[in-house]
Design a protein around this ligand. Structure first.
Ligand code: BGC
Length: 747
């Protein structure tokens, strides 16, 4: 009897212990999933001691060798001391295919096809930071699997002009949105023992003349608009590396810029990671040594090709640096600091104990890619419930436009990917519609582009147009797949778009089609706002961005209505180019004058801040995005109306899904200060919350906004300051759809 009881007790103890351990580890995992410790595994102090000890054992030559490339995408280690190489890859929408050692050609490996995730513009449109964490984690897993130590991304340059060829790689025009979205991405990537490399620091807001343009911008706009997302990346995201940008700021190249790198990033923000140059972004040994650059990459683009001796030894931070250190023209402390930062990055990545092994092309990654794609698609216009289009037998749908079949993971420059697969919109629709019949016609030709598949000679522009118009005559509904396509000048790195309007005669083709069939919906694929002279003649308009591997499935889900759109615009769509702030000041503001100087004349009034303040109605406003269901935001309340600067504003409201489909609404909170003593935008985004609701469901939401976030950057004191008095809190579902205004007072 006694023994039986003992056994029972032991069983009970074991069970309790196992249960305890399980729940603890589960809670631990839950709490820590997005919170990687700064240096994983080992105590920071201990690691700093190790780093000091390694630095003391390295020769000067070995130290210098660690500060520059040894190939297109790697740096040297020190085998003698077990110090590994560092391997990098673009970023930010997936892991780029392997590039040759010494030139930009692809290595043609057979095991480097990846999951292509949607472009960062799409990610920003989800207004869903949690999803950004899952995106970052998945890309990080792929990077780790591909044995990369630094993933070159994400990019958070602010959307300033719709002509910037690279906007699709960034997170929109609002500093708060970009900050909130970038932090979880970084944490997600770094959870894998892979460093995120936040780029391009800073003010790389156009591609045209990117290597020479000198940006002049006020301190206020710098700190309030262009730096916050980088600051969040460094301080909250704890990014382990940053990439300098190509352009100059106040006369000095950003890859070795005393103000940006030494004073702000490494000084004010206490960034202890590595600054990597953009490829060929370094221009001087002395400045690279002294003004914040740690690793020089990509100088010259043809590697060993130009010299008989090792080309990499001619880099600014290679032999020239070594010689200047030897002759004491430059202090050894400069190289010691760089090497310490590089070793610290290694302890966080390559030298990390228990580093995860990574995964690639798994179902989870495809699932995340699809989730981001469907949540990021924005329904811009939907008169007469044009969308969704039900799957009815007898229904004939024409899919017209090259973008319905073109690969959008190729092109665009360094962010292009070798996707393991990419589901085109046409494929997605054909698979999804079981009863309706889908027909396809290419519609327009895109002209020569390096990425184009060869077009049969018989398919010239006229015959394509005739075929498309003939098809349009015979169907019930036309889905026009237009937009840009990541070819040269059409959303691509290295140069800007030349026109705000759409290329390849798409507008004319649409007009011809509409003469035969009025029932046309537009599926726009861009990373930028475009001119839409046809907007009034179209009932349904969807912005899909560039969606990666799962594009076709996501688009088909939205078109048929399996998923209700919930994306919101991360930047304003001006009706015409001159309505955009940067463009309204002429060439001194964009693209810069003949001396390659550029002044950001619009100052803090970027994007919706400009449209609101100058009363220039955009075609589609920041934060806009429709749904197939309807929502009510009610009982909007703030607990009290008087605050001190230390406090938080607690906001409460109910969101009800009043329609008959499951969906999500993004509630946006803006703040403005009427009668301010300083120049201000009418309102600025200070918080947002995406709320997912079943039909009929109601949720009570609370949001907290720190009063300190109402501060402005005061150039008189070179610091943040806050005005007392009345502020208006605006709660709405788009920057041009404010549902409630509440006034508070700051004491
Ligand atoms: C781009 C970077 C990229 C690098 C390496 C540069 O031209 O500006 O964003 O990471 O190339 O491909």
């Amino acid at each position: 009897m006694k023994t039986k009881k003992n056994t029972q007790n032991i069983r009970l103890i074991i069970f309790t212990l196992v249960f305890f351990c399980f729940t603890q580890s589960f809670c631990y995992a839950q709490q820590n999933f997005w919170e990687p410790s700064h240096i994983i595994g080992e105590d920071e102090e201990n690691i700093e001691l190790k780093i000091d000890s390694i630095v003391s054992q390295l020769t000067l030559k070995e130290k210098v060798d660690m500060c520059h490339a040894q190939s297109k995408f790697s740096t040297k280690g020190v085998p003698r001391l077990g110090i590994p190489e560092i391997w990098m890859s673009d970023g930010p929408h997936g892991v780029r295919a392997e590039i040759k050692w010494d030139d930009w050609g692809y290595a043609e490996w057979t095991n480097d096809s990846v999951t292509a995730f949607p472009a960062l513009t799409c990610l920003a449109s989800t207004f869903n930071p949690e999803l950004s964490g899952e995106y970052g984690f998945s890309v990080g897993e792929e990077a780790r699997y591909r044995k990369k130590d630094i993933l070159l991304g994400p990019g958070v340059n602010i959307y300033r002009t719709p002509l910037n060829g690279r906007n699709f790689e960034y997170m929109g025009e609002d500093p708060l949105l970009a900050s909130k979205m970038v932090v979880p991405y970084i944490k997600g990537v770094q959870k894998n023992g892979v460093a995120a490399c936040v780029k391009h620091f800073a003010l790389n807001n156009q591609e045209l003349w990117r290597d020479q343009i000198n940006v002049e911008v006020s301190d206020r706009a710098l700190h309030e608009i262009y730096l916050p997302a980088f600051k969040a990346a460094a301080i909250e995201g704890k990014a382990w590396s940053f990439m300098g940008s190509y352009n100059k700021f106040r006369g000095q190249y950003c890859c070795h810029n005393d103000i940006l790198l030494n004073q702000i990033l490494k000084g004010d923000w206490k960034f202890d990671g590595v600054v990597v140059s953009d490829w060929s972004g370094a221009h001087s040994t002395k400045e690279s040594a002294l003004y914040g650059l740690d690793i020089e990459m990509g100088t010259g683009t043809d590697g060993l090709g130009t010299t008989t001796a090792s080309h990499y030894q001619h880099y600014f931070l290679a032999t020239p640096y070594y010689n200047k250190l030897l002759s004491n023209e430059l202090p050894e402390a400069s190289v010691n600091d760089k090497v310490k930062r590089i070793l610290r990055l290694m302890y966080r990545t390559t030298l990390q104990k228990n580093r995860p092994r990574g995964k690639m092309n798994n179902k989870e990654h495809h699932g995340i890619a699809k989730k981001v794609a469907t949540e990021g698609i924005v329904l811009l216009k939907n008169e007469n419930d044009f969308f969704p289009i039900q799957d009815k037998s007898g229904l004939k749908i024409a899919v017209i436009g090259e973008n319905a079949t073109r690969s959008m993971t190729l092109g665009g420059g360094s962010s292009q990917l070798k996707a393991q697969f990419e589901i085109s919109p046409l494929e997605g629709l054909k698979k999804k519609y079981k009863n309706a019949k889908i027909y396809h016609s290419m519609g327009y030709e895109t002209g020569p582009s390096i990425y184009d598949t060869v077009m049969p000679a018989s398919l010239d522009a006229d015959s394509l147009k005739v075929a498309a118009v003939n098809l349009a005559k015979k169907v019930d509904v036309v889905l026009f797949f237009g937009g840009l396509n990541k070819s040269h000048l059409q959303d691509s790195e290295g140069t800007d778009r030349k026109q705000f309007g759409l290329p390849f005669g798409q507008d004319e083709l649409l007009g011809e089609i509409q003469k035969e069939n009025k029932n046309v919906g537009y599926i726009l694929m861009t990373g930028n706002a475009v001119e839409m002279p046809w907007i009034d003649s179209i009932d349904g308009l969807i912005e899909t961005w560039y969606l990666g591997s799962m594009a076709g499935e996501a688009i088909a889900d939205i078109i048929i209505g399996d998923t209700t759109p919930s994306g919101k615009l991360p930047f304003s769509f001006p009706a015409k180019l001159e309505d955009n702030a940067a463009h309204s000041f002429g060439e001194i503001s964009y693209p810069g004058d003949s001396d390659l100087n550029q002044h950001y004349k619009e100052d803090i009034l970027v994007g919706y801040r400009w449209h609101d303040t100058k009363n220039i109605k955009p075609l589609f406003a920041f934060g806009h995005g429709l749904s197939y269901t309807s929502f009510e935001v009610s009982n909007i309340k703030i607990d009290k109306t008087k605050f001190t600067t230390q406090e938080h504003i607690e906001l409460h409201f109910d969101v009800t899904n009043t329609g008959n489909r499951k969906g999500a609404e993004v509630v946006q909170v803006y703040v403005g200060k009427p009668n301010s003593n300083i120049k201000r935008a009418v309102k600025e985004l200070k918080g947002f919350q995406k709320v997912h609701l079943e039909n009929g469901e109601k949720k009570n939401i609370s949001m907290t906004i720190p009063v300190s976030s109402l501060s402005f950057y005061d150039e008189q004191i070179s610091d943040w300051n806050i005005e007392k008095g009345k502020y208006n809190i605006y709660v709405g579902t788009a920057s041009d759809n404010i549902l409630k205004e509440i006034t508070i007072t700051l004491k």
